[in-house]
Each structure stands twice: as structure tokens, then as C-alpha cells.
Design a protein around this ligand. Structure first.
Ligand code: ADP
Length: 166
């Protein structure tokens, strides 16, 4: 069989805001795939209104990609499998934290498989130090003045503080 390259992967999410857990998944994906497109969901359906605009969420991620020249960041507002196709990606890569992510991801996997059997979803296990880290947890901590060191990039921590003080 001919050699295959790993091609392009899409890492989707709402990234409201990006955490070091997300950056870890993106970085690990960039080691395995030739190209990575981080897809920032413009208007997440299963979540409340986002704290940051899609442009701000994209810019936060872009600010943390130094040295990762095979990664690009784009916002999208269509079906994930369509976004993957538009970007020539055959693989969706997601991070899996503690068991809580599993049920939702399992359901999404079946739906995406039904719509686009040619696109495969794969999962990277969260690094232990980020297993309990979520954007919503970070926002809650920030709201009450908690220390965000080691959870989000410093630039994001100060933007969160500003946004929540308003
Ligand atoms: P959140 O659930 O924090 O709002 P997103 O919807 O933006 O995150 O998630 C984007 C992707 O990143 C999903 O695949 C999610 O499971 C994964 N992810 C989120 N936080 C982490 C983390 N701390 N470690 C590994 N993967 C994560």
C-alpha cells in the first residue's frame, strides 16, 4: 500500500476563552498531522451566549501559536463536517477530559458519522494537569477573583479580568 500522509485535521470548539488544556490538544495534534485548522464555533448552540466574540476568541488562540507554523485558526458557522470538508480535512480531533465529555462526544460522533462517513473523529486524552480544566470553570473562577495562573495564557487572564469587571 502506498504511504499516506496524515493530512489535515480540524480541532473544533467554542474556545470561550482558550485554556492551556486546549493549547495542549492543538499542539499535540500539530505534531501528528501535516496541517491543523482550529475551528472556532461562531455561535455555539448548546451553550449560552459567549463572553468573547468569535474574532476575539480567534485572536487569543493565534496569540499562543508561536512556533506552530502548520496551524491556522478560523471561525465557522456551518456544520462541523462541512467546515472540515471545506478545509480539506478528513479528521476531526477532540480532547477528552474525565468521563463527563464521553457521553456528549459519543452522541456527536454518531451524528457526524451519519452525515459524513468519510470524515473520521479521533480523540486525544487530556493531559492529567488539564483534566478538570474547562472554559466555563475558568470564567467562574475569574468572576470571583481566582488565580488563573497555569490555567489560561497570561494575556487571556488579563482580558478575562477586564471583561468580567465590566
Ligand atoms: P469547553 O468545554 O472548555 O468549553 P470547548 O467546547 O471549547 O471547551 O472544547 C473544544 C475541545 O477541546 C473539545 O474537544 C473539548 O473536549 C476539548 N477540551 C476542552 N478543555 C480541555 C482540556 N482541559 N483538556 C483537553 N481537552 C479539552
Amino acid at each position: 500500500m502506498a504511504d499516506r500522509t496524515s493530512g489535515t485535521a480540524v480541532c473544533p470548539g467554542s474556545y470561550d476563552p482558550v485554556t492551556l488544556g486546549h493549547i495542549d490538544i492543538i499542539t499535540r495534534t500539530a505534531v501528528v498531522f501535516d496541517k491543523v485548522v482550529v475551528g472556532v464555533v461562531d455561535q455555539p448552540v448548546r451553550k449560552q451566549k459567549t463572553l468573547f466574540t468569535a474574532e476575539q476568541r480567534v485572536a487569543f488562540i493565534e496569540g499562543e501559536l508561536e512556533g506552530l507554523d502548520n496551524v491556522t485558526v478560523k471561525s465557522f458557522h456551518n456544520l462541523l463536517v462541512e467546515f472540515a470538508r471545506e478545509n480539506g480535512a478528513r479528521t476531526i480531533v477532540k480532547g477528552l477530559r474525565a468521563i463527563s465529555d464521553f457521553e456528549y462526544e459519543f452522541e456527536m460522533n454518531q451524528l457526524n458519522r451519519k452525515m459524513a462517513p468519510d470524515i473520521e473523529s479521533t480523540y486525544l486524552m487530556a493531559a492529567p494537569q488539564y483534566s478538570f480544566l474547562s472554559s466555563s470553570g475558568v470564567k467562574e473562577l475569574a468572576m470571583f477573583g481566582g488565580d488563573l495562573t497555569g490555567l489560561v495564557p497570561p494575556q487571556v487572564a488579563s482580558r478575562l479580568k477586564e471583561a468580567l469587571e465590566r
